[in-house]
Design a protein around this ligand. Structure first.
Ligand code: DX5
Ligand code: ZN
Length: 224
């Protein structure tokens, strides 16, 4: 790890009645990416946004729009999310039978391809997809809801994944239970993108800058 980790607040923890303003406030508070959690009530037990919401938010996001697709099927919706302005589209390994095709479709649509893996999924399958991904999203909670605690066993998975992808330009993103307390062990294990919902939004708009800085500081302690 030479670069400081990217901080990607998840707007799942934001005010749904004012998400454009939330995205702008996060940008001003120092967020690097904005993470958008798309849920369908089928692949995960919750429903959030579709491509129209992503398109509406796009003008309010100065940096990378990181779209996490927790939907099945995923393939029919890739063109719409790409058109909505997603920079990164991340699909779940568990969401369909043809993940290789899905990843190819994401790149063909002009987006960076992310591969998300649930806590119970091993990293073996990732080994066969290394040429097809720009990012691996390690779910450190079961997907569907914010505010859960990080599953400690996932830290070792991140370490194994870092060793698997060594030397390749593939980034490791952590999603779920990231906080100033857990960031350090995750970055030490090899994480370089930290998604954070509750840890960024706690305390309200006035606290976003402080919360993002606290995450950055906690994470960078290992790189000094
Ligand atoms: C969970 C989502 C996460 C979630 C993280 O399914 O993918 O992005 O918002 O929230 P926290 O940081 O509160 O665990
Ligand atoms: Zn997410």
């Amino acid at each position: 790890m030479t670069q400081p980790p990217t901080i990607a607040p998840s707007i799942l923890a934001g005010d749904f009645s004012a998400l454009g303003a939330e995205c702008r406030a996060l940008g001003e508070a120092g967020a690097d990416w904005i993470h958008v959690d798309v849920m369908d009530g089928h692949f995960v037990p919750n429903i959030t946004f579709g491509p129209q919401m992503c398109a509406a938010l796009r003008p309010h996001i100065a940096g990378t729009m990181d779209v996490h697709l927790m939907i099945a099927p995923v393939d029919p919706f890739i063109p719409a999310f790409a058109k909505a302005g997603a920079d990164v589209l991340t699909a779940h390994l568990e969401a369909g039978p043809h993940i290789h095709r899905t990843l190819q479709s994401i790149r063909a649509a002009g987006c960076k391809a992310g591969l998300a893996i649930n806590p119970g999924t091993g990293i073996d399958a990732v080994a066969h997809l290394l040429d097809d991904i720009d990012l691996v999203c390690v779910m450190t909670v079961n997907p569907g809801f914010g505010g859960q605690s990080l599953i400690p066993a996932m830290v070792e998975k991140v370490r194994a994944l870092r060793s698997l992808i060594q030397g390749r330009p593939i980034r490791i993103e952590i999603d779920g239970g990231v906080s100033a307390t857990t960031a350090r062990s995750l970055v030490t294990a090899g994480a370089d993108i930290l998604v954070a919902g509750s840890a960024v939004f706690q305390g309200g708009t006035g606290a976003y800058g402080r919360n993002i800085a606290a995450l950055r500081e906690a994470a960078s302690g290992v790189m000094a």
